[in-house]
Design a binder for this molecule. Structure first.
Ligand SMILES: C[S@@+](CC[C@H](N)C(=O)[O-])C[C@H]1O[C@@H](n2cnc3c(N)ncnc32)[C@H](O)[C@@H]1O
Length: 273
């Protein structure tokens, strides 16, 4: 594998930061090299140096988009961390339904949804545990910066290894069908999720005020200023009594005092004070 020169590494870090806010610190040279070698070869570049030379001449084109996408970490799984989903089922959704009256409308947004396991987990939970809510009253929007993972998410096709991670076998059998060696989530569940591109540091798509916002395991890649700016936008996107979930290693503390942390059994969510 070709190694990356310091000036080229610095250029990639700056490009990725400007376009996605992802912070790549010194010491991440190996990560950059390993992720970009295939981008270089797929685009006919003989080395990372040649890739960077091409990026310098066309910093806003498809090649730079491929570089940004390659530098995102898309790790996810069905019902990841489990407890937030238990909280949705036992507390959050029952409380929202009680407040919303006889014809409840729920808007749920999974921001940074990667390949779809997270929003589909919410769709499956709603279908199985709240069948009384008419489908048309549920709106699940799932967004990500990475167009490749969004394509995967819209297809809803997962490998055996992916479905083995967190998805109960009963749900697999009820809501997926075989697609060669893989499994495809059935159309009725796929139709519940509207996948769209959204870069969290750019203008957000027009979404109705949100009841439940999942923004898990993405703020960890950003610096303090970016986190603060995104949290300020989250407050505007949420309904006044909306519920906000972050990843297990993330918090609003020392970033935005307008949120209060609400402990829900083995997990926590945030609400606007
Ligand atoms: C580790 S995954 C988290 C997936 C899912 N939320 C979960 O917790 O399982 C992080 C996701 O954030 C996305 N991401 C990174 N930077 C982003 C940005 N600036 N705007 C929107 N999404 C971004 C990546 O493409 C990736 O899919």
């Amino acid at each position: 594998m070709s190694t990356i020169a310091k000036a080229d590494f610095d250029y990639i870090c700056e490009l990725v930061y400007k376009r996605s806010a992802i912070v790549l610190e010194p010491g991440k040279e190996y990560l950059v090299q390993s992720r970009l070698v295939s981008v270089a070869s797929q685009n006919g570049c003989m080395s990372l140096a040649e890739l960077v030379t091409r990026l310098r001449t066309q910093p806003a084109g498809k090649l730079s988009q491929a570089v940004i996408e390659a530098m995102t970490t898309n790790e996810t799984s069905f019902f990841r961390d489990m407890y937030p989903f238990e909280a949705l089922k036992k507390t959050v959704i029952p409380e929202l339904l009680a407040k919303r009256g006889s014809d409840p409308q729920l808007t749920i947004w999974c921001a940074a949804a990667s390949a779809g396991q997270e929003p589909y987990s919410i769709a499956l939970l709603l279908r199985e545990s709240f069948p009384q809510i008419p489908k048309n009253n549920i709106r699940i929007i799932a967004t990500d910066i990475n167009t490749e993972v969004l394509t995967h998410a819209r297809e809803g096709i997962y490998s055996q290894i992916e479905v083995n991670r967190g998805l109960p076998i009963s749900m697999l059998l009820r809501h997926f069908e075989k697609s060669g060696a893989n499994w495809q989530i059935r159309e009725d569940i796929r139709q519940m999720v509207d996948f769209r591109e959204c870069n969290l540091i750019q203008v957000w798509p027009l979404i109705p005020p949100v009841d439940i916002l999942f923004m898990r395991n993405v703020l960890i890649y950003f610096d303090q200023e970016t986190k603060k700016a995104i949290l300020a936008k989250v407050r505007k996107a949420l309904k006044p009594d909306g519920v906000f979930f972050l990843g297990g290693a993330e918090t609003t503390m020392n970033l935005d005092d307008n949120f209060e942390r609400v402990q829900l059994e083995k997990t926590a969510c945030y609400r606007i004070r």
